[in-house]
Design a protein around this ligand. Structure first.
Ligand code: KG4
Ligand code: ZN
Length: 365
């Protein structure tokens, strides 16, 4: 069909190496022909976090293999793709460089056009990859490295309405899990534990809710969990199972309350634009959390706004979202050259600049 595009996407900005092939014909839903993600969790477990140098080396080793696997799964060869899209930032510089160099090599060898993509734009445009999001929509991007509320007006038009001034929510889940002796990644472990917990037994703060605006803070919440844990341990000589579950439930509910309230505030700015089909979307690993999803869904429902949360494989880091963002840019005429730079920091909303303290876990934005 005229205008059909097939894009190869590469992603290597944190600790997942990924390649995907995506096809889109105008007027139809995009088709993910393949999406390969090779994680590196095992390489980093002994260190309690992602080690940038180890991550960069692993990306270099895995990228070729991921590209081959993605093309094979799609039943295509490199000559069949129209362009190569690659994450050019923000992220761990060694990882981003590995991807950019690999994409440049493929582009130079085949003569295919190269498109550098902002990783955050990949997340923020994911609802359109699912074929259900006309601009503008409201996007809550919440993961281990990101936390932003964005007004998405176009493939390159983002307005940041708020974000964290310290930790990202996923980072807070991971730290709380560590404090309570739960395994990593902390989010799923805390959520599992919270199922048996009473969220009202321990009262935790809702940081920054007393201040106007949509900025958030999660670092104090983590410290509050630490204090509560120490008090329980001092009283009981250890951390009883039920107390741990109650603390997890209290923490999870506090995060959900903050995200819901700040999203509710952002909704006013969004609705002032009179969008034709108003929608709130969420993306990032933390979007997997049932309590958080439910809280956001009620915010949307209360105002008659649609709510969408992509399937988990498209919430966490993947290359299909990079291929899609690259496709939108390519269609709009974007072509990068061999001077394409790898950028450790690259705010989506240039006018608002970077957030104080953002990027603690791997220089995300
Ligand atoms: O998007 P992602 O895979 O990677 C980046 O950080 O870019 O997100 C991973 C984060 C981790 O911090 C993990 O603990 C959190 O998402 N996470 C969750 C859940 N599943 C993953 N947080 C809360 N509840 C979950 N069910
Ligand atoms: Zn990400």
């Amino acid at each position: 069909m005229a205008g059909t595009l097939t894009i190869l996407g590469l992603e290597s900005s944190c600790d997942d190496t990924a390649a995907a092939v995506l096809r889109h014909a105008p007027g139809t839903a995009p088709v993910i022909l393949s999406s390969v993600v090779e994680g590196q969790a095992a390489l980093h477990t002994d260190y309690g976090g992602v080690v940038p140098e180890i991550a960069a080396r692993a990306h270099t080793e895995k990228l070729d293999h991921c590209v081959e696997a993605a093309l094979a799964e799609a039943g295509l060869a490199l000559r069949d793709v129209d362009a190569i899209a690659v994450t050019a930032g923000p992220g761990l510089i060694g990882g981003v460089l590995s991807g950019v160099m690999c994409a440049k090599g493929l582009a130079a060898a085949t003569g295919k056009p190269l498109v550098g993509v902002n990783h955050l734009a990949g997340h923020a445009l994911t609802p359109r990859l699912l074929g259900e999001a006309p601009f503008p929509y409201l996007m809550l991007l919440v993961s281990g490295g990101h936390c932003q509320i964005l007004l998405v007006r176009g493939a390159e038009e983002f307005t940041r309405l708020g974000g964290t001034i310290d930790d990202a929510p996923g980072e807070a889940f991971d730290k709380v899990a560590r404090l309570l002796g739960l395994p990593q990644p902390g989010g799923p472990a805390v959520e599992r534990e919270a199922q048996a917990g009473d969220p009202t037994r321990y009262r935790l703060p809702r940081p920054l809710l007393d201040r106007p605006g949509c900025d958030m803070s999660f670092s104090g919440l983590k410290t509050a969990v630490l204090r509560a844990r120490d008090k329980i341990v001092a009283e009981h000589g250890g951390l009883p199972r039920q107390a741990r579950a109650d603390l997890c439930a209290a923490f999870q509910e506090a995060v959900a309350d903050v995200l819901a309230e700040k999203t509710r505030r952002a909704l006013d700015d969004y609705l002032a634009l009179s969008p034709e089909a108003p929608m709130i979307a969420v993306a990032g690993g933390v979007a997997a959390n049932g309590t958080i999803r439910a809280a956001l869904q009620s915010v949307a429902e209360a105002r008659g706004v649609a709510f969408t949360a992509p399937p988990l494989a498209l919430c966490t880091d993947n290359a299909a979202m990079i291929a899609w963002a690259g496709l939108e840019l390519f269609r709009a005429g974007r072509r990068d050259t061999m001077t394409l730079a790898a950028r450790p920091r690259w705010p989506l909303d240039v006018a608002s600049g970077g957030m104080l303290g953002s990027g603690k876990k791997g220089a995300k934005a």
